[in-house]
Write a protein that binds this ligand. Structure first.
Ligand code: ASP
Length: 435
C-alpha cells in the first residue's frame, strides 16, 4: 500500500491538486458565509451566485457525472469478470453486502441513541416551528410529489428491461445489475473469445480515468464555486433555530466516521485509521462539495486505486454498488430526523416503532439515489409509516444542504472503507503494494 508520506508518483501528483482543493473549500465556505451575513439577498450577490458561481460549479459537477455511466459499466464488468475467473465473486458479493448492512444498521442505531438522549425536538418553540414550516411547505410538497414511490416494484425495477434506457435515466442500480450479470457471463467465455471485449473495456476504463484526471485539475474551481454558492445562500438564522438538531446529526456522523469506520479499518483491514483518513481526504472534500455519492464515484475509484492500493477488480465492484446501496450517513440522518420530527409534533414512538424506523432507515438508505437530497422523498415514506406528519420535512429542508454535504461524506467513506476491508480480507492489497 502506498503510504501518504511516500513520494507520490508523477502521474498521481499531477492528478489531484489536493492542497488547492482544500484551500478552495475553506475559501468558499468563509467567503460564502461572509457574503451571506453582509450582503445576504443583495441583487449583486444574487447575480454573482446565479451567473458565475452556480454555472461554473454545475459545469464541473456535470463533468464528473459525464464519466459515471461508462466508468460504472467498464469497471464493474471487468471487476466482476476478474473475480469470477478467480472464483471469488460469490464470497466477495456476500461479504460486501454483509458489511454494507452491518455498517448501515450501526449508523442508524447510533443516530437513534443520540436523538433519544439529547431530544433536540422537545424544546423547539412552537412559533419557530410554525414559521419554518410555512416558509418551506411549498418546497417540501414539490420534493415529495415528484417521487415515484417505494415498494416491491422498486426492487423489481433493479432488473432493467432495457439497460440503455436505465443508463440514460441515471438508474444506476439497474445499470449495476446489468453490469454484474454481463461480467459474470464474460468470465465464463473461453479466454480467446473474452479477450477482445476485455481489452476494449480496459481501454474505456483507462480513458475515463484520464478524463477524471482532467476534471480533478479543475476541482479547486468547481469545489470553491459550489461551496460558495451554497454557503452564501445558507440561512444562518435557521441554522441557529435548529442548532441542536443539526449538532446531533453532525456529531453522530462524526462519531460514526471517526469511531466506527476507524474500528472497521483497524480491525478488518488492519490499517492505521490515521493513514486511511489522510489518504481519503480528497474523496471527502469531493463528496462534501458535491453532496452526491454518484458524482464522487470517479474520484473515489481513482484515489482508492492510487493511494490505498485497492485493486480495480475490488474497487470497481464494491464502490459503484456502494454509491447507490451503502449509505451509512443517510441511515443515521433518517433515524435522527424521524425522531426529531416526532418530538416536535409530540408523537411518542414506542420501542417497536423505533425498531420499525431503524429497519426502514436501513432499507430506504439502500434505495436512495446517490444524488443531492436523494433520500428526502424516502424520508417522507418513513415518517408516514410511523404516523409522523410527512409535511414536517419542511422544517428541516432549509438546513438539509449542509446535512447532505456531511452525510454524503460519510456515505462515500463507508464505501471506500468497505472496499479496503474486502481487498485486505482477500489479501489483494498486498499484491499491488509498492506499485
Ligand atoms: N446525497 C446523498 C448521497 O449522494 C444521498 C442522500 O442522503 O440524500 O449519498
Amino acid at each position: 500500500m502506498t503510504r501518504p508520506g511516500d513520494a507520490p508518483k508523477a502521474a498521481d501528483a499531477a492528478f489531484i491538486p489536493t492542497r488547492l482543493i482544500f484551500l478552495a473549500l475553506v475559501a468558499g465556505v468563509v467567503l460564502g458565509l461572509a457574503a451571506n451575513s453582509f450582503a445576504g439577498g443583495h441583487p449583486h450577490l444574487v447575480w454573482i451566485v446565479r451567473n458565475v458561481a452556480e454555472p461554473v460549479g454545475q459545469v464541473w459537477l456535470r463533468m464528473l457525472f459525464m464519466v459515471v455511466v461508462p466508468l460504472i459499466f467498464s469497471t464493474m464488468v471487468l471487476g466482476v469478470a476478474q473475480l469470477g475467473q478467480l472464483h471469488r465473486l460469490g464470497p466477495i458479493l456476500g461479504k460486501t453486502l454483509a458489511l454494507f448492512l452491518v455498517g448501515t444498521a450501526l449508523a442508524a442505531t447510533l443516530g437513534l441513541v443520540l436523538v433519544n438522549t439529547v431530544r433536540p425536538g422537545a424544546g423547539l418553540p412552537p412559533a419557530v416551528t410554525e414559521q419554518v414550516l410555512a416558509e418551506y411547505r411549498g418546497a417540501a410538497e414539490k420534493t415529495v410529489a415528484g417521487f415515484a414511490g417505494f415498494g416491491l416494484t422498486t426492487f423489481i425495477n433493479i432488473v432493467p428491461r432495457n439497460p440503455l434506457d436505465a443508463a440514460a435515466r441515471g438508474d444506476f442500480l439497474a445499470l449495476i445489475f446489468f453490469a454484474l450479470v454481463f461480467g459474470a457471463a464474460l468470465a465464463r467465455l473461453p479466454a480467446e473469445k473474452a479477450r477482445p471485449l476485455s481489452d476494449v473495456l480496459e481501454a474505456v476504463a483507462e480513458v475515463m480515468v484520464r478524463i477524471i484526471g482532467f476534471v480533478m485539475k479543475l476541482a479547486p474551481l468547481g469545489v470553491g464555486m459550489l461551496v460558495f454558492a451554497t454557503a452564501s445562500r445558507f440561512g444562518l438564522g435557521l441554522l441557529r433555530a435548529l442548532a441542536l438538531y443539526v449538532i446531533v446529526v453532525v456529531a453522530g456522523l462524526c462519531v460514526h466516521l471517526f469511531g466506527t469506520i476507524s474500528v472497521l479499518v483497524r480491525v478488518l483491514a488492519r490499517e492505521s485509521p490515521v493513514r486511511f483518513f489522510r489518504s481519503v481526504w480528497v474523496i471527502m472534500i469531493t463528496a462534501f462539495s458535491t453532496s452526491s455519492s454518484n458524482a464522487t464515484l470517479p474520484t473515489s475509484l481513482r484515489v482508492s486505486e492510487t493511494t490505498l492500493g485497492i485493486p480495480r477488480s475490488v474497487s470497481g465492484f464494491v464502490l459503484p454498488l456502494g454509491a447507490t446501496a451503502n449509505m451509512h450517513g443517510t441511515a443515521l440522518f433518517e433515524g435522527v430526523t424521524v425522531l426529531f420530527l416526532a418530538q416536535v409534533f409530540g408523537v411518542s414512538l414506542s420501542l417497536a416503532d423505533q425498531i420499525v424506523v431503524l429497519v426502514l432507515a436501513v432499507i430506504t438508505a439502500i434505495g436512495a439515489a446517490g444524488v443531492p437530497a436523494g433520500s428526502i422523498p424516502l424520508l417522507a415514506l418513513v415518517l408516514q409509516t410511523v404516523n409522523v406528519p410527512a409535511q414536517g420535512i419542511a422544517l428541516i429542508l432549509g438546513v438539509d444542504r449542509l446535512l447532505d454535504m456531511c452525510r454524503t461524506t460519510l456515505n462515500v467513506i463507508g464505501d471506500v472503507a468497505t472496499a479496503l476491508c474486502i481487498a485486505r480480507s482477500e489479501k489483494l492489497v498486498e499484491i499491488r503494494a509498492g506499485r
